[in-house]
Design a protein around this ligand. Structure first.
Ligand SMILES: [Zn+2]
Length: 482
């Protein structure tokens, strides 16, 4: 994708990589190269620490929980809001999406505005039906799998504490060998996440573009390979592991995590080290997927013409920085800071945004700038009242939030400081961090900075009120009075 003269409607390719931390780009050779040739936003934030609390902002430019609450699955629906895809479609864009995460499925309204919305989870179901057929041919029905017998025996022995640690390792290798046999020879995928591997997503994207390509194009591809795979670890596909050592690492952690009895076992140092090593393998795999996607787009570029590639993530991942693995429950930077990379035919004057603080809520603004339209127009197209638009346009900081039944957290983040307020049951907790001096957010400076805390809490109260959560805004109001 060469840099070309601007037209009014370049193709926009949005690649979202689930669970990519801002500091992990350094471990990805290809992505780093793209970032160095394009534009890398250094202070970019997701507006929530989990998929359902992040994507609403990418697609609607509004805070995640605007006029809504999470449902019983903790998902957030965007049916009532106008989406970027709807607006782009109105401008004449062909809109295509490939997603692989239930929280951004059509169930929650993410298919709105897309001419073609491919939910890879459903795609996988169709493939799975074929595999059940293979299983019935090989005598391995869902309930009983002959190749799983050794694993069952080992689990039984472990349960009765009849195996030494060394024997568990050996047994794990045996199980992994059988896994590979199933994966390679019988093509039964034992991994639970993602539903479709990144390489397959790229292949499917290729087929779709060949058939449905028309410019200008808005293409959104969501890659799931960095997400915890459901075993509580990260893993590239088994056929991408190149050494026995990698295989050994994978099997040890898979078995340890899967066979473990208590969650605390996860917190031992050996497991954390293994988890981080596996993470690097998964990052390398996603880097390969991006290179393949890039090659595909480049091949199509003569047809595509001017194209802007946007790569970002919905949230980061914790490695016990604040006592948690995984993501979703807190508003610290290992979860909220994400990379944002623009590449290709983006306008030069976006530079002013790169050094500033930005969040996924600014995403629509950037796209409108690319199209030569102003921010005011964006709010009009999205049907946002001017009071709300003005409030968010004038803020120097960004917002983040997450709701988990009894625990609700909100954050306001500026270049210097971050305030977090957490409502838990009947209590209200506050945190304030100097993110310049204390970027790892270890020292809560609430007591020594009451004025700054109060200023941030007032902004948060207004934000919560605009979002439509009146009872919560009132609780914060009462807290401020005390
Ligand atoms: Zn996610």
């Amino acid at each position: 994708m060469r840099r070309m003269a601007m037209t009014r409607m370049p193709n926009i390719v949005l690649v979202t990589i689930d669970t990519l931390r801002y500091d992990e780009v350094n471990k990805m050779h290809f992505l780093r190269k793209i970032a160095s040739k394009g534009m890398f936003f250094e202070n970019h934030y997701a507006n929530g620490p989990a998929t359902p609390f992040s994507f609403p902002s990418i697609h609607t430019s509004l805070p995640p929980l605007w006029r809504t609450k999470p449902d019983k699955y903790n998902g957030v629906a965007i049916w009532k809001r106008r989406t970027l895809a709807e607006v782009l479609k109105r401008f004449g864009y062909r809109t295509i999406a490939l997603v692989d995460n239930p929280y951004v499925s059509s169930y929650y309204g993410y298919s709105k505005g897309f001419d073609l919305f491919i939910d890879l989870q459903e795609y996988w179901e169709r493939i799975e039906k074929k595999r059940i057929w293979v299983r019935s041919l090989t005598g391995m029905k869902q309930g009983f799998n002959l190749l799983r017998v050794p694993e069952r025996v080992i689990k039984w022995l472990m349960y009765h504490k009849a195996l030494s640690a060394k024997n568990i390792d050996l047994a794990s290798l045996l199980i992994a060998f059988i896994d590979i046999l199933q994966y390679k020879i019988l093509s039964i995928n034992l991994e639970r996440m993602p539903a479709v591997r990144g390489e397959d997503s790229v292949r499917i994207t290729g087929h779709i573009l060949q058939r449905y390509l028309r410019t200008p194009l808005f293409l959104w591809v969501h890659i799931m390979d960095l997400h915890d795979n459901g075993f509580g670890s990260y893993a590239p596909p088994l056929n991408r592991l190149s050494t026995l050592r990698e295989l050994y690492m994978l099997t040890r952690i898979l078995r340890k995590v899967e066979l473990r009895t208590k969650r605390e076992d996860l917190l031992d140092n050996e497991i954390l080290t293994l988890l981080k090593e596996l993470r690097v393998l998964a990052l390398k795999y996603v880097d390969l997927v991006l290179a393949k996607l890039f090659a595909l787009l480049e091949k199509l570029i003569s047809t595509l013409g001017d194209t802007i590639l946007i790569i970002t993530s919905d949230h980061g991942e914790g490695f016990l920085e604040h006592g948690e693995l995984n993501h979703g429950y807190a508003l610290y930077n290992e979860l909220l800071k994400v990379p944002l990379i623009l590449y290709g035919a983006y306008p030069d004057d976006l530079g002013e945004i790169t050094s500033k603080l930005s969040s996924h809520m600014d995403f629509g603004k950037m796209v409108f700038k690319v199209l030569g339209k102003n921010e005011q127009k964006l709010w009009e197209y999205l049907n946002i009242p001017s009071l709300t638009a003005n409030f968010y346009s004038r803020r120097a900081g960004v917002f983040a939030e997450c709701w988990w039944e009894r625990k609700i957290s909100y954050a306001y983040i500026t270049k210097r400081a971050k305030t977090i307020v957490t409502f838990y049951g009947n209590n209200v907790y506050t945190e304030l961090y100097d993110i310049v001096k204390d970027p790892n957010e270890k020292v809560n400076i609430v007591d020594s900075n009451p004025d700054l805390l109060k200023e941030h809490l007032k902004i948060l109260r207004k934000h919560i009120l605009l979002e439509g959560h009146i009872a919560l805004a009132k609780r914060l109001h009462d807290y401020l009075k005390d």
